[in-house]
Ligand binder design. Structure first.
Ligand code: 0X9
Ligand code: ZN
Length: 409
C-alpha cells in the first residue's frame, strides 16, 4: 500500500448551497476547489478547517463525503489501472514523444523546458518546418502553444494535446495541414505537472491529486500551479493555506513549473495564441479570471468572444468569461493575455458532469473528446498569424479553403 499523505486524509468532498458567481467566488476565497457547479449548489474539495469556515460564513452544506471512499480501487501500485491503460503516465508520455520524434525528426523535436521539484522533465514538442528554427528553438513564424495537465488528476488534459501532435504528424502530407505546418511555430507541452501526475497514480487508488509536489515543510505538499502565475496573484479565488487545493504558493512564480513556463513564453514573442487544457465541465473560458470586469480593449474582448463562440459550435462546450464561473487569480490565461497580449483560452474538457466520471471518466471517452476538439485546436493554430481575423466574416488565410470546406460551414 502506498502511504496516504496527511492532506489527502483530511480532505472532504462537499456540496454547498451557492446560487451565483459571487457565492462561488466566496467559497473559492475560503479555499474550496470547485469541481462541479449547478444552479443552486457547487461540489468541491476542502479540508476540515475550510469546512468549518464555510459553515461559519453561513453556507448550507448538503453533502459531506470522504473522497477516499468515492474512488475505485485497483491492484496496481504504479500507473493507470486496468481499463485506463490507454492514458499515459510520465514515462509513457516520454516514450510516445520519442516515437513521434523518431518518425518525424525533420520537423519535430522533443525538448525539456524545465525540471520539476522531483527532477522530472517538462517535455515540450516543437514542430517547425524550418531547420534553423528547430536549431534555435525559436522562430519568426506565428506561434501557438498548448499546455496540458497543470492539474495532476486531469489526465485527459495530457492525452488531447498529445493526440493533436500525433494527428498533425499523421496528416503532415495533407495539403492543408502541410500549409499550416509550414507557416506556424507549434509548441505542445502535454504534461506541465508530471510530479503531481505520478503522485496521483501511486498507491492502489487514484489519489484525486491536483497540485504539484512542493514540500511545504509543514506536513503538507503542493502548490496549485493555476494560482501561482504572477499576474494579479493573490487577488481572490486562491488560498494562502498550504493545505488548500487552491494554495497560491509563497510568492508569484514560486514554483519551478510556472517559472519554466514564464521563461518559455517570455523568450518567444511570436506566440500569439495559447490553449491551456483542463478537465472537466465542457467549457471554453477566457480572461479575465481574476476580475468580473470584461477586457477593456473592446477589439480584444470581441475577438475572445468570437473565437470562443466559434469553437463552441464545434465542441458544444459553453463559452464564457472565466470569472462567470468564479474568480480565480494567478492563473495561466490571465497572465498570458495580461502580460503578453496572447489570446489565451482554457478548455475544460468532458465530461460535463461529475456523475459521468468527473476527473476519471475512463479511457472510453478519449477518442470522442479528441474528435470534438480537433476543429477548435486547428482553428486556434490557424488564427495564430492574426487572431483578429476571427472578427472577419470572410477569411483571407491560405488555409481558408480547407477550414471553410471542412470546418466552418
Ligand atoms: O480552477 C481552475 O484552475 C480551473 N478549473 S479546474 O476545475 N480545472 O481546476 C479554471 C480556471 C479558469 N478560471 C476560472 N474559472 N475563474
Ligand atoms: Zn484544472
Amino acid at each position: 500500500m502506498g502511504s496516504v499523505s496527511f492532506a489527502a486524509d483530511t480532505k472532504r468532498f462537499i456540496e454547498v448551497e451557492a446560487f451565483d458567481k459571487y457565492d462561488r467566488t466566496e467559497l473559492a476565497d475560503l479555499g474550496m476547489s470547485i469541481e462541479a457547479f449547478y444552479s443552486d449548489s457547487v461540489w468541491g474539495f476542502v479540508n476540515e478547517k475550510e469546512l468549518k469556515e464555510i459553515r461559519k460564513a453561513g453556507f448550507r452544506i448538503f453533502g459531506n463525503f470522504n473522497p477516499a471512499t468515492a474512488r475505485g480501487g485497483h491492484d496496481k501500485v504504479f500507473g493507470f489501472p486496468q481499463g485506463d491503460e490507454r492514458f499515459h503516465d510520465y514515462k509513457e508520455i516520454g516514450d510516445a514523444l520519442s516515437v513521434l520524434e523518431k518518425d518525424n525528426s525533420d520537423i519535430l523535436k522533443i525538448h525539456s523546458i524545465g525540471k520539476t521539484h522531483e527532477n522530472r522533465d517538462m517535455y515540450a514538442i516543437h514542430i517547425n518546418t524550418s531547420a534553423d528554427a528547430m536549431k534555435r528553438k525559436k522562430s519568426n513564424k506565428p506561434g501557438f502553444v498548448i499546455f496540458g495537465n497543470h492539474h495532476a488528476r486531469e489526465h485527459l488534459s495530457a492525452e488531447i494535446p498529445l493526440m493533436f501532435a500525433q494527428y498533425l504528424m499523421a496528416n503532415r502530407k495533407d495539403s492543408t495541414i502541410k500549409n499550416l505546418l509550414e507557416t506556424r511555430d507549434i509548441w505542445i507541452i502535454p504534461m506541465v505537472n508530471p510530479d503531481g501526475v505520478e503522485h496521483d497514480l501511486t498507491g492502489n487508488k487514484y489519489k484525486m491529486w491536483r497540485k504539484n509536489r512542493r514540500d511545504n515543510k509543514d506536513g503538507t505538499f503542493g502548490v496549485d500551479l493555476n494560482r501561482n502565475y504572477g499576474f494579479h496573484w493573490n487577488e481572490g479565488g486562491s488560498s494562502s493555506n498550504t493545505d488548500s487545493d487552491v494554495y497560491m504558493g509563497k510568492d508569484p512564480f514560486s514554483e519551478p513549473e510556472t517559472q519554466a513556463i514564464r521563461k518559455f513564453i517570455s523568450e518567444r514573442e511570436n506566440i500569439k495564441v495559447l490553449l491551456s487544457v483542463h478537465t472537466f465541465s465542457e467549457l471554453i473560458l477566457y480572461p479575465w479570471s481574476y476580475s468580473y470586469d470584461p477586457i477593456k480593449n473592446e477589439k480584444d474582448q470581441k475577438t475572445f468572444d468570437a473565437m470562443a463562440k466559434t469553437m463552441a459550435k464545434w465542441n458544444k462546450y459553453t463559452p464564457q468569461q472565466s470569472s462567470d464561473l468564479y474568480i480565480a487569480s494567478g492563473e495561466t490565461c490571465d497572465w498570458a493575455y495580461g502580460e503578453y497580449g496572447i489570446f489565451a483560452f482554457t478548455f475544460e474538457l468532458s465530461p460535463r458532469d461529475m456523475w459521468d466520471g468527473g476527473f476519471y471518466p475512463g479511457a472510453k471517452v478519449i477518442d470522442g473528446v479528441f474528435e470534438a476538439n480537433l476543429r477548435p485546436m486547428l482553428y486556434l493554430l490557424d488564427l495564430a498569424d492574426d487572431p483578429y481575423r476571427a472578427l472577419e466574416k470572410k477569411r483571407s488565410h491560405d488555409a481558408q479553403s480547407f477550414l471553410k470546406n471542412t470546418f466552418y460551414l
